[in-house]
Design a protein around this ligand. Structure first.
Ligand SMILES: Cc1cc2nc3c(=O)[nH]c(=O)nc-3n(C[C@H](O)[C@H](O)[C@H](O)COP(=O)(O)OP(=O)(O)OC[C@H]3O[C@@H](n4cnc5c(N)ncnc54)[C@H](O)[C@@H]3O)c2cc1C
Ligand SMILES: *[C@@H]1O[C@H](CO)[C@@H](O)[C@H](O)[C@H]1NC(C)=O
Ligand SMILES: *[C@@H]1O[C@H](CO)[C@@H](O)[C@H](O)[C@H]1NC(C)=O
Ligand SMILES: *[C@@H]1O[C@H](CO)[C@@H](O)[C@H](O)[C@H]1NC(C)=O
Ligand SMILES: *[C@@H]1O[C@H](CO)[C@@H](O)[C@H](O)[C@H]1NC(C)=O
Ligand SMILES: *[C@@H]1O[C@H](CO)[C@@H](O)[C@H](O)[C@H]1NC(C)=O
Ligand SMILES: *[C@@H]1O[C@H](CO)[C@@H](O)[C@H](O)[C@H]1NC(C)=O
Ligand SMILES: *[C@@H]1O[C@H](CO)[C@@H](O)[C@H](O)[C@H]1NC(C)=O
Ligand SMILES: *[C@@H]1O[C@H](CO)[C@@H](O)[C@H](O)[C@H]1NC(C)=O
Length: 635
């Protein structure tokens, strides 16, 4: 989750201005820069594995596949090696969000449910992918989320909490918070849910904003809210969680330094070629045999080259671009491919369907008018004296406010706590919908069947105490109000541009609020958030509602406000090449192999069949670790 787009009542500043002070890194651990292939001329004629996309999942899988030195691996990445302070600095979180040298920024299809607004679709476009630009918040979903994924295949799937736990441990290296922070802020944590060997680090800052203690305690004043033993215990409630920061350097920990820096020189079997845009996978019959690519700035096919894969081609281009590449390769809904003039390899109606992201709601924002705390989050934005002092402290010994990333605590709560009077009715109405009713006209029967299965499962989640629907994440300032809807019921699409499948960005349609259940749920978020401010110990800070305003209480008024401000994305796109049985519109099987073809797999966020009750990076790394084992086991 990236939190800088929060409407600050103070000023609508861009993130770059907000956190414009770059930290220096005098005591940083030295990391030698690896060599990368200078250009396509250095490529071998063929590799055992070709990985498309050197992002979060791609670099994790590539590292694991090359460890034993036996297999040759090529990573093809559209972005380049970028290691500026916009990438490495952690204070504040993602500085590089709108920097076109670090991210892509596509305009979504105008959203009918959101006053026809078009939404910025943003993701990482560098070696390291979205893990190099994200908000660094490290969160795991609930146990039920991972069990639900397996349940689509029956009772014995090892896609489950139990089956994934070893991969969560392998993927992350947990560093506990300092003892003085633990006692000062009543932080609960339990390292038994974590590993301690990965080079992807999860850690805490050296200091927190003082108001957070009261804000966290206030959740406990709401009936039913629990404090689980650890953010990674797979339960709902209010908790503290780490950020993806390497405590040794106090720099962003992400897929590139963790899984790529320093390893290439020692692994002649591992090649990386950056600045190359993959256009498609080419097939011999139904076997994926090679990858066609052009320099990233090319605007036509004239410079296209191709490279062969002996064993497997692995898609890791992220949930927005993996479906584009599949469709452009002839693996997708046959009607879309026909209209685009792309020869069909296999009719795969699920490719680009089932698109989900977590709406960012900007719940009612409150200002604490009695605020006996200093410093707070806003000092790092607005108080130049404070910023200068923090900078000096960080340069001295890498401690202080500059060690604080975008967020470390909040609540992840089930619908029955949010909507104590209506949760049963909401779940019942949702469950009784015709599954086709709110999907796009012409949706394939298998995709509809898949949604029917999700609908049953999500209705169960709506009734469960151990499945989070609502997330309030705290920043630690005099003004708060950031809410994420974790399990939306609307489903969008990602499709190739039918007049320009290869070079135009894909057409991204969130179809926000297309399922009326989403509005029902969101209408409950507003009164609940008001309860948090006005009916807990936070009362003592004299909270005053800034937006939408205390007079906005009629459902129709709240709805109008929501439609005008809601952003259907928290940068957590998933689901566009879902791991589901084929008769449920699935694109990949439990081994992550694409149905209907041979030698092609998907390992990125696209395979999640539905969202976990959390942000996505922790889960993406765990899936990638499991994917690497699956690929090795069929080597
Ligand atoms: C701004 C932002 C903030 C976020 N904040 C958080 C957070 O705080 N906490 C959290 O848990 N999650 C967060 N996320 C989500 C999380 O980072 C992602 O879910 C995760 O990194 C996705 O991993 P991936 O491997 O699926 O894709 P990516 O890491 O995006 O990798 C895809 C790679 O493929 C490359 N690529 C794309 N197309 C092509 C092509 N045609 N040819 C070659 N290469 C291509 C891209 O350049 C990219 O490097 C955030 C994401 C963003 C963008
Ligand atoms: C990336 O930048 C950090 C901070 O400046 C530095 O410590 C590190 O060595 C750099 N990494 C590489 C591989 O250049
Ligand atoms: C959105 O656009 C559609 C099609 O152009 C139009 O019919 C509709 O009135 C617009 N809605 C709003 C709220 O502007
Ligand atoms: C790492 O975890 C293992 C297993 O839980 C434990 O025995 C070991 O002490 C841990 N090491 C460190 C350095 O924390
Ligand atoms: C792409 O970049 C290369 C290398 O910088 C340059 O030589 C070439 O002219 C560029 N092509 C286009 C179409 O911009
Ligand atoms: C918010 O409260 C502070 C006191 O904590 C006050 O100084 C400020 O003017 C208030 N801001 C708004 C927008 O009401
Ligand atoms: C700004 O920070 C300084 C240093 O911590 C502090 O003394 C001062 O009171 C702060 N100013 C405001 C307006 O909060
Ligand atoms: C699709 O591609 C065409 C041709 O390049 C372009 O004119 C159009 O704007 C694109 N559509 C979208 C939605 O990007
Ligand atoms: C709420 O009050 C504000 C400020 O007076 C006003 O602009 C707005 O229209 C009111 N909204 C409703 C729904 O009454």
């Amino acid at each position: 989750m990236e939190l800088l787009r929060v409407s600050l009542a103070a000023v609508a500043l861009s993130p770059l201005i907000l956190f414009g002070v770059a930290a220096a890194h005098p005591t940083a651990r030295s990391i030698a820069r690896s060599t990368i292939l200078d250009g396509a001329d250095g490529l071998l004629p063929e590799y055992d594995y070709i990985i498309i996309g050197g992002g979060t999942s791609g670099l994790t899988v590539a590292d694991r596949l090359t460890e034993n030195r036996k297999h040759s691996v090529l990573v093809l990445e559209r972005g380049i090696f970028q290691n500026s302070s916009s990438v490495t600095t952690i204070s504040g979180g993602s500085r590089g969000l709108f920097d076109p040298s670090l991210t892509f920024n596509i305009n979504s299809v105008p959203q009918a449910g959101l006053d026809n607004r078009s939404i910025a679709v943003i993701g990482g476009l560098i070696l390291g992918g979205s893990s190099g630009v994200n908000g660094l918040q490290v969160l795991r979903g609930q146990r039920e989320d991972y069990d639900r994924w397996g349940s689509y295949f029956g009772p014995n799937s090892d896609w489950s909490w139990k089956g994934l736990l070893p991969y969560f441990k392998k993927a992350w290296n947990f560093h506990p918070p300092r003892p003085e922070l633990v006692s000062q802020f009543d932080i609960k944590y339990d390292p038994s849910y974590w590993g301690n060997t990965s080079d992807v680090h999860a850690s805490f800052p050296t200091t927190f904003w003082p108001v957070l203690k009261l804000e966290m305690a206030a959740f406990g004043d709401i009936p039913g809210v629990e404090y689980p033993p650890d953010s990674a215990s797979g339960e709902t409630g209010a908790y503290w969680h780490p950020a993806s920061v390497d405590p040794a350097t106090v720099l962003r920990s992400f897929a590139r330094p963790a899984h790529w820096d320093n390893i290439e020189a020692a692994r002649p079997n591992y090649h990386t070629l950056t600045g190359q845009r993959v256009l498609k996978v080419a097939f011999d019959g139904n076997r994926a045999t090679s990858v066609v690519f052009v320099p990233a700035n090319a605007t036509d096919h004239s410079t296209a080259r191709s490279v062969k894969a002996k064993k497997e081609i692995v898609l890791a281009a992220g949930a927005i671009h993996t479906p584009q590449i599949l469709q452009a390769s002839g693996v997708g809904p046959k009607q879309v491919l026909k209209e685009a003039g792309v020869p069909l390899v296999v009719d795969a109606p699920g490719v680009g369907s089932n698109f989900q992201d977590q709406p960012y709601v900007v719940a009612p924002t409150f200002n604490f008018t009695k605020f006996p705390f200093h410093p707070d989050f806003y000092d790092m934005i607005l108080n130049q004296t404070f910023i200068a002092e923090a900078q000096a402290q960080f340069e001295k010994d890498r401690t202080g406010p500059h060690t604080i990333a975008s967020g470390y605590c909040g609540s992840w709560l089930p619908l029955q706590i949010i909507a104590p009077n209506s949760w049963k009715d909401i779940a019942r109405r949702y469950e009784s919908q015709d599954p086709a009713a709110y999907l796009p006209a012409g949706t394939d029967e298998t995709v509809i069947e898949g949604y029917r299965a999700q609908q049953k499962a999500l209705a169960r989640s709506m009734r469960s105490k151990q499945s989070a629907m609502y997330n309030f994440f705290l920043r630690g300032g005099y003004e708060e109000g950031s809410v994420v809807y974790l399990h939306p019921t609307s489903r969008g699409t990602v499709r190739i541009n039918r007049s320009d499948p290869f070079f135009s960005p894909p057409e991204v349609d969130y179809r926000a609020l297309s399922n009326p259940t989403d509005l029902e749920v969101l209408l409950e978020f507003t009164p609940f958030t008001r309860r948090y401010f006005l009916e807990t110990r936070l009362k003592s800070l004299d909270p005053v509602e800034l937006s939408p305003g205390a007079n906005v209480t009629a459902p129709a008024d709240i709805e109008a406000w929501l439609r005008s401000v809601m952003i259907p994305s928290s940068f957590h796109p998933i689901g566009t090449a879902a791991m589901l049985p084929r008769h449920l519109g699935g694109v990949v099987d439990e081994n992550l192999l694409v149905y209907g073809v041979e030698g092609l797999s998907v390992v990125d966020a696209s395979v999640m069949p539905d969202l976990p009750g959390s942000y996505t990076q922790q889960t993406v790394y765990a899936i990638a670790e499991k994917a690497a084992d699956l690929i090795k086991s069929r080597a």
